[in-house]
Design a protein around this ligand. Structure first.
Ligand code: F6P
Length: 545
């Protein structure tokens, strides 16, 4: 069964949103708050440990109704059914999209081509658990009998960003094992990481769904050579395991079948951290924490599947993003976690969001005439405040921003936590209210400035405000809440892809560069430059000289 193919711009709701936008585009958030004293209650939702406040967005009740009408008109409800039930919604690759099955309870029945996939998922989880326990306890050792001390994850894209982001986010929960991530084909990256490692106590986890990715195979080969330079060749099997769906390629590389953790074609790379791709996560924080991560994601999946659209967090956030992208013509969105642990979250979401929804052909194969694919960027607060917040506050662009914060800190340093959260709340308030000319005048009065200086300064000190933000306030950074947070974004990607009538689960756009790089590498190896534009040709000559 295929997803519906409805051009969103042909819906009644889209047309209504265009004219509604004209009514609301100049309305100030401050006035919306004055008009409705209960606005915070009207536009917020509570779910488990999450409180989502979307009241500081440039919407009113009509906006919300129309956005949800749009979701209904493009048949989002049907699409959700297809997605969770294992239909081949990744049509261009003829695959189901079932990362949700990876975190479903073991008694579920989820069919792909008439076969229940849950037993296989459960078996791989058991393998992850056993392996994790053995490595952490030291009962599984390297070739000289010493316990492992260092884990090196070799992978790129979804085979790196997910495990890297989660292990850094859960650093508080980690054990004695030291984690290293090698992704870039830049040789300095792999050699820098290998430099201080001890082959006797290092375990390599080579993660590649296809096991054909140039970067990963090059890095894995370099790591294996490094190992066999120092240790007997016959011991590779004790120090290299793989996560892949391409068993023949892995065994050809020299990793034994029993050391392969499989995954399936219905798990997309950027949605794979819940599979054996998350082996490094499990090794780093223990299997129980890995399972708690999955449990949190599953609870969010259930919320997404069953909650009415009015209170459905991924639906609301996805539709808000569409509101800014397609009606306000916002060029980008910022994601600002107020937690240093989450410093890799924006980079992780860049792949999730931009590789999924950066498409310009619709589900019928036609060129699209509206904007898709939001541009995501961000850094943790408060650091971000001292870097790019100037532009959000006083620049010319509208940048909807999501603020993610936790009520409790992990080390319980209340002084720091209060300062952090004071900034967290202050920023969304400041972005909304801004500062008027009268307020600036009043503030400058006490400074004893000359009338001329005062007049000169005023325009620079005015903040227009009316900058939209959404606040995601979570009880505490736990594995379970982190799982729910990541799932929230995954489901939001789905919502936006359905509305934009695009295929969110393929990534043909990364192919062209790969093909050209292979051709150019051959030319570099042969030192013969073939036909290129004059720019590329000259650059290659410069390099070869
Ligand atoms: O860059 C494209 C991509 O296919 C990503 O989608 C994926 O996460 C990454 O490459 C790595 O792929 P693999 O796990 O097959 O090595």
């Amino acid at each position: 069964m295929a997803l519906p193919t409805i051009n969103p711009t042909t819906t009644k709701a889209w047309e209504a949103l265009i004219s509604h936008y004209e009514n609301i585009k100049n309305v100030h958030l401050k006035d919306l708050f004055k008009q409705n004293p209960d606005r915070a209650q009207t536009f917020s939702t509570v779910w488990n440990d999450f409180y989502i406040d979307y009241s500081k967005n440039r919407i009113d009740q009509t906006t919300k109704t129309l956005l949800l009408d749009l979701a209904k008109e493009v048949k989002l409800e049907d699409a959700i059914q297809h997605y969770f039930s294992g239909s081949s919604i990744n049509e261009t690759e003829e695959r189901a999209v079932l990362h949700t099955a990876l975190r479903a309870p073991s008694n579920k029945n989820i069919l792909v081509a008439d076969k229940n996939v849950v037993p296989e998922v459960t078996a791989v989880k058991e393998k992850i658990k056993q392996f994790t326990d053995q490595v952490i306890s030291g009962s599984l050792t390297g070739y000289t009998g010493k316990a492992f001390t260092d884990i090196v994850n070799i992978g790129i894209g979804g085979s790196d960003l997910g495990p890297a982001m989660i292990t850094e986010s859960l650093e508080f929960y980690k054990n004695h094992l030291k984690l290293h991530f090698i992704s870039n084909v830049d040789g300095d990256h792999v050699h820098q990481n290998l430099k201080n490692l001890d082959p006797e106590t290092t375990l390599f986890v080579v993660v590649s769904k296809t096991f054909s990715t140039q970067e990963t195979l090059s890095n894995a080969t370099t790591a294996r050579n490094w190992f066999t330079d120092k240790a007997p060749k016959t011991e590779v099997g004790k120090h290299f395991v793989a996560v892949s769906s391409n068993i023949p390629n892995v065994t050809a590389f020299g990793i034994e079948e029993e050391n392969i953790f499989p995954l399936w074609d219905w798990v997309g790379g950027r949605f794979s951290l819940w599979s054996a791709v998350g082996l490094s996560i499990s090794l780093s924080v223990g299997y129980e924490n890995f399972e708690a991560l999955l449990e949190g994601a599953h609870e969010m999946d259930e919320h997404f599947k069953t909650a009415p659209f009015e209170d459905n967090i991924p639906v609301l956030l996805g539709m808000l993003s569409i509101w800014y992208n397609n009606f306000f013509k916002a060029e980008s969105e910022a994601i600002i976690p107020y937690s240093q642990y989450l410093h890799r979250l924006p980079a992780y979401l860049q792949q999730g969001i931009m590789e999924s929804n950066g498409k310009s052909v619709d589900r019928s194969g036609n060129k699209i005439n509206y904007q898709t694919g939001t541009i995501i960027w961000g850094e943790p607060g408060t650091n971000a405040q001292h870097a790019f917040f100037q532009l959000i506050h006083q620049g010319t662009k509208i940048i909807p921003a999501e603020f993610i914060g936790f009520k409790k800190s992990l080390f319980n340093d209340q002084d720091h936590q209060d300062k952090l959260m004071a900034n967290f709340f202050a920023q969304t308030e400041a972005l909304m209210n801004g500062k008027t000319e009268a307020e600036v005048q009043e503030e400058l009065k006490s400074k004893n400035l000359s009338a001329q200086k005062l007049k000169q300064l005023v325009p620079f000190k005015i903040f227009e405000g009316n900058k939209p933000t959404t606040t995601v306030l979570i009880e505490k950074l736990t594995p379970k809440n982190l799982g729910a947070l990541v799932s929230m974004y995954e489901q939001r990607i789905f919502v936006q892809g359905v509305v934009w009538n695009i295929f969110s689960y393929d990534q043909w756009g990364v192919e062209l560069g790969k093909q050209l790089a292979t051709k150019i590498l051959n030319e570099i190896n042969d030192t013969t430059i073939s036909e290129h534009d004059s720019s590329t040709k000259t650059l290659l000559k410069q390099y070869l000289n």
